[in-house]
Design a protein around this ligand. Structure first.
Ligand code: NAD
Length: 408
């Protein structure tokens, strides 16, 4: 099943549970607009290469489109469409006045020089400039892109419209109109959810063991914050593999320092190396997929030992795996809620830019906590009422809100 097919399957199931009209479902089954672009880029060696890019605008029923831009060799229209649909659901679950979109460029950013990446990004910004804007569609970082990527897009867009327009993108560095707390927001939001669900585990944070797959922006900050809050982070991994400890905890900040120095996760004291497949099946209380999609599948779901799966990556669990985990009593907190901290603080960044204000990190985090916990509460209420999974409940909450917006 393609990623989009699995996202649509979940949408249809939730539409039945939520009782939304067939017309609402019909409207939400396709994007409002999708564009494909080819970006010519002058490489450092003087040759010209072309890269394929996409921007998919799924729904503006609740506000301007909002969604990240991904740079990866695997980017294709199916992936970008699925991510755009998930953003639509995510913004509605978080109850922020934004719609859903997503973008991507088929490129391995690690194989381009810094200057080539800048030229590619500026070229992509020019190509999508007619369809983005602070009231229209607001990109943000995703896998393979960063605050710097957003700064280049804002700068290029500002040149096109002839005025500074920082609110055209979020996830910018602080000195370019970014928000305090944005970089860590997805991990921070995930931790607020974990803390709210701690009771389910019947253990204190100090007794709770966590394994994190993906040690990039999201996975690193989550691991760092969870450790600071007292949890035991017993395994982390990146695309090259992972490290784990049998007792005590890993120290995420030290691991990141080591990774920055050598490009590889350093071996921790009394630690061992694990593969990504082993990490997923490790004995732990909480499994946090924070890398890429389709990691928990029909093949390995039966061997997952965690009691709670906190999906910080988008789409890490296939529908077949969902069914297996549910049968085994494993709670899965779905991506559309678990990782919504990023888009919630992106919304705060956009508000600050538009109002010419700067909020302190404490204020950002407190508002994030309130917003994400309100989303969790709405989802839990519907879950109890309809006796359904967290994921279906989240989609159903979103669909009900989207239907109200579509009715006008
Ligand atoms: P990133 O590029 O900073 O990090 C991705 C990490 O995953 C890297 O450590 C990489 O080595 C690792 N990885 C890649 N392939 C892997 C594999 N097969 N197995 C294990 N690890 C692998 O990206 P990010 O911004 O941290 O995003 C991670 C996930 O979170 C994505 O699914 C993204 O869509 C989602 N997400 C990100 C944000 C955000 O604010 N950045 C918000 C919501 C959701």
């Amino acid at each position: 099943m393609s990623l989009l097919q699995s996202a649509l399957t979940r949408l249809e199931e939730a539409a039945r549970v939520a009782g939304v009209s067939p017309e609402t479902l019909l409207i939400l089954q396709n994007p409002e607009r999708e564009i494909g672009v080819h970006i010519p880029v002058r490489m450092d060696d003087g040759t010209l290469r072309k890269f394929r890019g996409f921007r998919v605008q799924w729904s503006s029923a609740r506000g301007p489109y909002k969604g990240g831009i991904r740079y990866a060799p695997t980017v294709d229209l199916d992936e970008v469409q699925s991510l755009a649909l998930w953003m639509t659901i995510k913004c509605a679950v978080a109850d922020i006045p934004l719609g859903g979109g997503k973008g991507g460029v088929e490129v391995d950013p690690k194989k381009l020089s810094h200057a080539e990446l800048e030229r590619l990004t500026r070229g992509f910004a020019r190509a999508i400039a007619p369809v983005i804007g602070p009231d229209r569609d607001i990109p943000a970082p995703d896998v393979g892109t960063s605050g710097e990527t957003m700064r280049w897009i804002a700068d290029e867009y500002g040149k096109i419209v002839g005025r500074p327009e920082p609110a055209v993108v979020t996830g910018k560095p602080l000195n370019a109109g970014g928000s305090a707390g944005r970089e860590a927001a997805t991990g921070q939001g995930g931790l607020y959810i974990l803390q709210a669900l701690q009771e389910r585990l019947g253990k204190s944070p100090q007794e709770t063991t966590i394994a994190v797959q993906g040690f990039g922006n999201v996975g690193y900050h989550f691991a760092r914050l969870a450790r600071a809050a007292g949890h035991r982070v017993i395994a982390v991994s990146d695309s090259r593999g992972g490290v784990a400890v049998n007792s005590g905890s890993l120290e995420p900040e030290a691991l990141m320092e080591g990774k920055k120095a050598t490009g590889e996760l350093p071996m921790p004291p009394q630690g061992k190396r694990v593969t990504n497949a082993e990490l997923l099946e490790i004995s732990c209380d909480v499994l946090v997929p924070a890398g890429v999609e389709n990691q928990i599948t029909e093949e390995n779901a039966g061997r997952i030992k965690a009691r709670l799966v906190l999906e910080l990556a988008n789409g890490p669990t296939t529908p077949e795996a969902d069914a297996i985990l549910e049968k085994r009593g494993v709670t899965v907190v779905p991506d559309v809620l678990a990782n919504s901290g990023g888009v919630i603080v992106s919304y705060f960044e956009w508000l600050q830019n538009r109002e010419g204000r700067v909020w302190e990190e404490r204020e950002v985090n407190e508002r994030l906590r309130q917003t994400i916990l309100a989303a969790l509460k709405a989802m839990q209420k519907l879950k109890e009422e309809k006796k359904t999974s967290f994921r279906t409940a989240a989609y159903a909450v979103a669909l009900t809100r989207l239907e109200e917006a579509l009715r006008g």
